[in-house]
Design a protein around this ligand. Structure first.
Ligand SMILES: [Zn+2]
Ligand SMILES: [Zn+2]
Length: 345
């Protein structure tokens, strides 16, 4: 927009009373597709700047407003997120909570921001707090609270959170933090798959090249369907069709970028979750469990392991008898969690 045109818009807005302008800005902020959308309003003029930072407007800012790039992280980005969180924006609470907990290593304030979102039934926050409980993140391995993890996971799963459904399914199947119930576990895993498919279908992709049917030509009664091919991943192998990787939450995206600009390391001896869509780092050495077959990959959760197995790791996992760390020490069995068997469901 040219400066002349911007000036003209500002003049027209001058004739509007504050409350009307506020309600327009609130509406606009619910549909912001990026932080830039928001900033472009704030820099228009002084009046829009002060009204745009009104708590009513900030509390309604859309989740996409917080899709920040890690390389653009700054004090003012931090202040903006904090203002939105203080205004009661739940998405901002979660995003800033994750950034503080994992990237800025401010465990206390990060966890309390996530808790604020969780109390308001923010499913990703409930699930993230579950992962923290399962791993004792930010503390020692004695801080692991599997029962609390399962309880948080169940609340997120009840809200339809796919990773939580998958995690809960695996906990039930393995009897991890909860009484073993294989049938019930299976039911949650099927539900996770069904929701995943529903999420992909509702993304409004009218021409789904990703939806491919793995039909055996020998038994395929509809030979024409054989011409459907695509590059999807066999995530929904249970249903015989392929879907692309699920959309990554902006907070996870931010964390992946944050650690990749720092050489993909969250600190000396600490590892990132090997599932690319996760972004969670270890908060102490050997926090995450590794693949018990190859020992080359590490995961924050069963849900991440199951997803990465289907998308990537299945094709590259090879059994290794023992493995050595950089100092040449045998580290087999050193993880503080019990060995995590490969999952495939
Ligand atoms: Zn993970
Ligand atoms: Zn492996």
């Amino acid at each position: 927009m040219s400066s002349r045109k911007r000036h003209k818009t500002a003049v027209n807005l001058d004739s509007l009373p504050d409350d009307l302008l506020l309600s327009i800005l609130s509406k606009l902020s619910t549909t912001a597709t990026s932080a830039a959308d928001f900033v472009s309003v704030l820099i228009t003029c002084k009046r829009l700047n002060s009204l745009g930072l009104h708590s009513l407007v900030l509390s309604k800012a859309s989740p996409k407003t917080f899709s920040l790039k890690a390389k653009n992280w700054s004090d003012s980005a931090h202040r903006f997120l904090k203002l939105c969180a203080d205004a009661g924006n739940i998405e901002a609470c979660y995003t800033l909570g994750m950034i503080r907990f994992y990237c800025l290593r401010n465990k206390g304030s990060g966890a309390s921001l996530m808790a604020k979102a969780a109390i308001n039934s923010h499913a990703p926050a409930l699930y993230s707090l579950a992962v923290i409980q399962f791993n004792g993140s930010g503390g020692t391995k004695n801080d692991k609270d599997l029962r609390a993890g399962v309880a948080l996971c169940a609340r997120a799963a009840f809200l339809g959170h796919i990773d939580a459904l998958r995690e809960l399914g695996h906990c039930l199947q393995d009897g991890y933090g909860v009484k073993q119930n294989v049938t019930e576990g299976r039911r949650f895993l099927v539900q996770a798959n069904a929701r995943e498919l529903a999420a992909v279908l509702s993304n409004g992709n009218n021409k789904p090249p990703w939806l491919t049917w793995n039909l055996n030509p020998a038994t395929n009664p509809h030979p024409r369907i054989e011409s459907f091919t695509g590059s999807g991943c066999p995530l929904l192998s249970d249903y015989g069709c392929n879907v692309p990787a699920p959309e990554t939450h902006p907070a996870s995206q931010f964390m992946s970028e944050w650690f990749s600009v720092r050489g993909a390391s969250p600190g000396p001896g600490m590892r990132l979750c090997s599932h690319s869509g996760c972004g969670r780092p270890e908060t102490r050495k050997h926090e995450f469990r590794r693949c018990s077959v190859c020992g080359a990959v590490n995961y924050c959760s069963r849900a991440c392991q199951a997803l990465d197995w289907k998308f990537r790791h299945k094709a590259e996992c090879a059994p290794v008898e023992r493995w050595l760390d950089e100092e040449g020490e045998d580290v087999a069995g050193e993880d503080d969690g019990e060995g995590m068997a490969m999952v495939d469901s």
